[in-house]
Design a protein around this ligand. Structure first.
Ligand code: HEM
Length: 442
């Protein structure tokens, strides 16, 4: 039987095709497209071939079973303007070698050592929030951003970011917006392309090179990721990494390692503010916890972990992933032509009625250890899946649990009157106007 072309949604612009409707209300329109044509659909676009895959078996086929037929999609080419050729964007042998090199920075023993850094950084940052008196309409988003940035730079590069954190997170937010613009308006960018993003990247580079130079200048060897990168030698040639290669890896860990976590913490605050009964249960867990924190003890905070898992389901910071196939490939009766940009809509999978009961309800119980292993890992994939799965997943989980623990312990908070958060799917899933809370220290 001849393979068929995947169905196409009816709603399309006469010139720009279906893709036009992903420029705004992206998640709503993508959801409507998937509901109409899933589990696999093709989207018309004037410049490239696009498909969306929203069935766990097909996702598994792409990221695991036949992953050698795939490289990263066009979106990652745009990301590489910022990240260069770091772990997220690199391919083949270069990726394999660097993943092997960087992996030890995330071993359990190392993570254990990071916990105190996370605690200290969080408590210092709470002091800087200056919330001695109750405050209304306090937007937590920028604060979690700066905190997550401080944590990643201290843990991975032994470097203080406190003074520069505000400017760095501003730049990254602007780059996030520019990247989405480039992705959503490729023709405009092609015709009237500007290099606003590259100017910002250059500014960010000065911070990254400063981290490298400071370490080299001290002459002191530390036991962290930065040192691993500085000392790395090619197994065959014995050559070290060039400054540009080191810069790309630092930039990748730096950006991937804080933006996502900050978004998740912001969304967790929103979900908890809307579900006070959940906060009560968290407080009970806090009361029965005996410190100090260790890696094992953090992960024994079962209810905190369930809440973080549920936050990542409802508000996945990486709301989609993309791949491109080298050769044409069949999915059931449908064929996807070679060199198609395939979108894996993580947000959609996490809200899919076939896989989740009442998906729009925040319910941490779905992740109770007694039922958690029934969840298909190609339906719930906040950290991706397969060989390219997030290298920082345990680090991120640990960080989110510890920060939330300290936050719920220290503060009482409510969502500010009349505030409703809105999804803003940039490269990562932001809340459009942050998350505003009325907050008071205990
Ligand atoms: C809530 C927090 C986080 C989320 C939701 C998240 C999500 C993801 C996802 C979905 C991918 C796979 C992308 C793909 O396959 O195309 C990924 C990859 C990656 N993440 Fe994370 N991430 C988080 C935190 C972190 C942290 C803390 C770090 C570093 C400290 C990190 C570093 C990376 C890197 C380097 C990759 C590329 C891995 C590779 O291709 O080998 N992420 N992340």
């Amino acid at each position: 039987m001849k393979a068929l072309r995947a169905p196409q949604p009816k709603k399309k612009h006469w010139l720009f095709g279906n893709i036009y409707y992903l420029r705004s209300n992206t998640i709503e329109n993508l959801t409507a497209f998937c509901d109409e044509c899933g589990p696999i659909l093709s989207l018309s676009s004037p410049i490239n071939k696009v498909a969306v895959v929203c069935h766990p078996d097909y996702i598994k086929q792409i990221v695991q079973d036949n992953s050698s037929n795939y490289r990263k999609s066009l979106a990652y080419d745009i990301l590489s303007r910022l990240l260069g050729n770091g772990l997220l964007t690199s391919l083949g042998d270069e990726w394999k070698q660097n993943r092997k090199l960087i992996q030890p920075a995330f071993h359990k023993k190392k993570l254990d050592e990071f916990i105190q850094v996370i605690v200290d950084s969080t408590l210092t940052s709470f002091e800087n929030w200056n919330l001695n008196q109750s405050k209304k309409n306090f937007d937590v988003a920028p604060f979690f951003n700066e905190l997550a940035l401080d944590i990643i730079s201290k843990c991975m590069f032994g470097s203080q970011m406190e003074q520069d954190a505000k400017r760095i997170s501003e730049i990254i937010m602007q780059l996030n917006k520019l990247a989405i613009e480039r992705l959503n308006k490729p023709i405009t960018t092609l015709l009237f392309g500007n290099n606003k993003d590259l100017v910002l990247v250059q500014e960010l580079d000065t911070y990254i090179y400063k981290i490298m130079q400071e370490r080299r200048a001290t002459g002191i060897k530390k036991d962290d990721l930065l040192q691993m990168l500085l000392d790395a030698k090619d197994e065959e040639s014995g050559e070290g990494m060039s400054d540009k290669q080191i810069r790309d890896e630092i930039m990748t860990i730096f950006v991937a390692g804080h933006e996502t976590t900050a978004c998740a913490l912001t969304w967790a605050t929103y979900a908890l503010g809307k579900n006070k009964h959940v906060v009560e249960k968290l407080k009970q867990e806090i009361n029965s916890f005996e410190g100090p924190f260790t890696f094992d003890k953090v992960f024994s905070l079962t209810y905190f972990k369930m809440c973080v898992d549920e936050t990542l389901r409802m508000y996945p910071p990486a709301w989609s992933m993309g791949r491109r196939n080298y050769e044409s490939e069949n999915f059931g009766k449908y064929q996807v032509e070679a060199n198609t940009n395939i979108l894996i809509p993580i947000y959609y999978m996490h809200h899919h009625k076939d896989y989740w009961e009442n998906p729009e309800v925040f319910n941490p119980e779905r992740f109770h250890p007694s039922v958690r292993n029934q969840i298909n890992r190609f339906v719930y994939l906040p950290f991706g899946a397969g060989a390219r799965m997030c290298i920082g997943n345990h680090f991120a989980m640990m960080e989110m649990i510890v920060v939330l623990f300290l936050f719920v312990q220290k503060y009482n908070f409510d969502i500010s009157a009349n505030f409703e958060a809105t999804l803003d799917p940039l490269i990562t899933l932001h809340a459009k106007n942050g998350v505003q809370i009325d907050i008071q220290a205990n």
